[in-house]
Design a protein around this ligand. Structure first.
Ligand code: SF4
Length: 597
């Protein structure tokens, strides 16, 4: 045993559970977190399984560094088949829940089947109990967590809100009140299983292969964090530090991604957040950076509104993308989403799309909502209707791809998604690197598999060019796959050698730098193979029509499009470097080299 790999497999249909050790070979080849979750998901699911059926599995998976003394060790992952996209989904989560799960004696919790009536899972000391959740069904995430913490003092809670209960395909799971498994609809998977919440009681200690060696590398890494100027900004302003940079760079999504500059960006900037609503910093378990910001609105109609955030992505999608002008309003919509259980990124994408449909006169009946850009009251009401699948909300409850199919009238041209997942806070005509990152990300339009704006703004990657992009994206996707398997936070400035040393001290698993990168490549190819099995090919590695055909109207990216020719050039190079064929399918020799066949 590598000091990691205790799996608890719980069938909600029968109530049976079994505890087992994940085989050492699997831990060595897939590490934990994303990699281990992907391996389990691939092996458990037949292709074509309905993500909202009892046959789908929901995997809460920590990594060998979760809950250790490594900085940012509160990170962990939720893995499942997405009901929003129909493909692989991993959501990287912060907060304190994952660390508590490991300390409750469970490294991986696999949930299958469907309970007959609403239940919650209580985990303590390596065992799970199913308890009645009838009294919680219908409650928001905040009220659910309040109630479960009253019943179980000292426990950590993950739960769904009305959106997950009503199977909204972009509903999330909320942990520790304001940390989420946000993207891709893991909340609806929970709802489909009649599972309202998971409660864990931390008790035990995490064991190490060599704790004193880890203590010494951790001292060095903490120093690295303290000296890093970008992380100082994250501590000071958090991720909204990107609002001004994205606007100056011409890639802040605005007015449903019709442009990349927002004339009112100052009202929703990180500086506005800090000056007007910031209360205190919040950190995930074991994190010295504390990029989270607890905020409270001090005056006006949203006075008293409290939320952790808004983070950059939330500002970009619920703010500029919907032309909402004030940070207080964004914070209000953020809290509405967090309590209903809606992913703020997809929610902002859906609202922007709905507003454009409304302004173009494509919506016949909006239940009286005047969905103009900037109308925050109408936005909040539409979010409520979506969460409860009520009236007009039903059309938008499965995201922009499905809504465009229902609305028709050419609305697919401005439905902003990749593989069904609404794009996050980068307008790709202003960041060609992110265009390829979005087109090839394993869970659909996602910013976490590779991030190029920093390199583009610093001149390390040529802007508005295909040069070096494919290599950069491929290497980052592979390298991040290991980071998300260990699991540590995306934001730490550690090298693969640092990560590898931490892994050795925690588990005794020794990976050379070459083996480390091959491990990442193996994980990335496994998620690709999961998607290929579901029918994904080159045709799906694409971008929204608006991005490919409408020149950006203003700002630094004025006149730019990512045409089909540009995207094809990047894809050809990316597939070639990856050992995939022209259609985006990993070749047999690649799979053999990675021990995937
Ligand atoms: S940097 Fe932010 S997201 Fe990452 S672990 Fe720390 S508080 Fe959590």
């Amino acid at each position: 045993m590598y000091y990691f790999g205790r799996a608890l497999d719980l069938d909600l249909s029968s109530g049976e559970q079994k505890m087992y050790d994940v085989p050492e070979r699997i831990i060595k080849e897939y590490v934990g977190g994303k990699g281990l979750g992907a391996r389990i998901l691939y092996d458990e699911l037949e292709p074509g399984v309905d993500p909202l059926s009892p046959l789908n599995v929901l995997i809460f998976v920590t990594g060998p560094l979760t809950s250790t003394i490594a900085p940012t060790s509160g990170r962990w992952a939720v893995v499942t088949k997405s009901p929003h996209t129909g493909v692989f989904l991993d959501s990287q989560v912060g907060g304190h829940f994952g660390a508590a799960l490991r300390r409750a004696g469970v490294d991986v919790l696999i949930v299958r089947g469907k309970a007959e009536s609403p239940v919650y899972i209580y985990v303590e000391n390596g065992k799970a109990e199913l308890r009645d959740a009838g009294h919680l069904w219908g409650k928001g995430i905040i009220g659910t967590e309040d109630e479960l913490k009253r019943i179980h003092p000292g426990c950590k809670v993950g739960s769904i809100g009305p959106a997950g209960e009503h199977l909204v395909t972009f509903s999330m799971i909320g942990f520790d009140y304001f940390r989420q498994a946000g993207r891709g609809g893991a909340g609806a998977v929970m709802g489909s299983k009649n599972l309202k919440a998971v409660v864990v009681k931390p008790g035990g200690e995490v064991k190490y292969y060599d704790k004193s060696a880890m203590q010494s590398i951790v001292s060095r890494l903490l120093e690295l964090i303290r000296e890093n100027s970008v992380l100082k900004q994250r501590t000071e302003i958090g991720t909204p530090m990107w609002v001004k940079m994205a606007n100056d760079g011409g890639f802040l999504p605005t007015r449903n991604f019709s442009k990349g500059v927002y004339e009112c960006y100052e009202g929703v900037s990180g500086e506005a957040m800090k000056q007007r609503i910031w209360v205190k910093n919040k950190a995930c378990y074991g994190c010295p950076i504390a990029c989270g910001k607890l905020t409270r609105v001090r005056e006006g109609k949203y006075k008293g509104n409290e939320v952790e955030g808004p983070e950059y992505e939330t500002v970009a999608l619920l703010g500029s993308n919907c032309e909402i002008r004030q940070i207080e309003s964004v914070a209000f919509l953020n809290r509405v989403c967090d309590d209903l259980g809606l992913d703020t990124i997809s929610a902002g994408g859906v609202l922007g799309f709905a507003m454009e449909c409304y302004e173009r006169g494509l919506l016949k009946d909006t239940d009286g909502l005047q969905l103009h850009f900037g109308n925050e009251e109408a936005a909040a009401k539409l979010l409520m209707k979506i969460a409860y699948q009520d009236g007009i909300g039903k059309i938008f409850s499965r995201g922009v791809r499905q809504a465009a199919r229902e609305i028709g009238q050419g609305s697919d041209k401005f439905a902003i998604h990749v593989k069904g997942l609404e794009l996050p806070g980068v307008e790709p005509r202003g960041s060609w690197g992110m265009a390829l990152a979005f087109a090839t990300a394993d869970r659909g339009g996602c910013h976490q598999r590779a991030w190029t704006p920093t390199a583009e703004l610093k001149g390390l990657l040529p802007r508005f060019s295909t040069e070096q992009v494919a290599k950069f994206i491929r290497e980052t996707q592979n390298e991040r796959s290991v980071c998300f398997s260990l699991v540590l936070c995306d934001f730490v400035p550690f090298t693969p050698a640092d990560f590898s040393e931490l892994l050795f001290d925690a588990t005794g698993i020794s990976l050379s730098m070459e083996e480390y990168m091959v491990t990442g490549e193996r994980i990335w190819n496994l998620t690709r193979m999961f998607n290929v099995r579901e029918g994904i090919t080159r045709k799906d590695d694409t971008l929204p029509q608006r991005i490919m055909e409408e020149p950006s109207p203003e700002g630094p990216a004025k006149g730019k499009v990512i045409s089909k020719e540009i995207l094809d050039e990047m894809l050809d190079e990316y597939y070639g470097l990856s050992g995939w064929d022209k259609n985006g399918i990993p070749k047999d020799e690649t799979l053999e080299r990675l021990k995937l066949i």
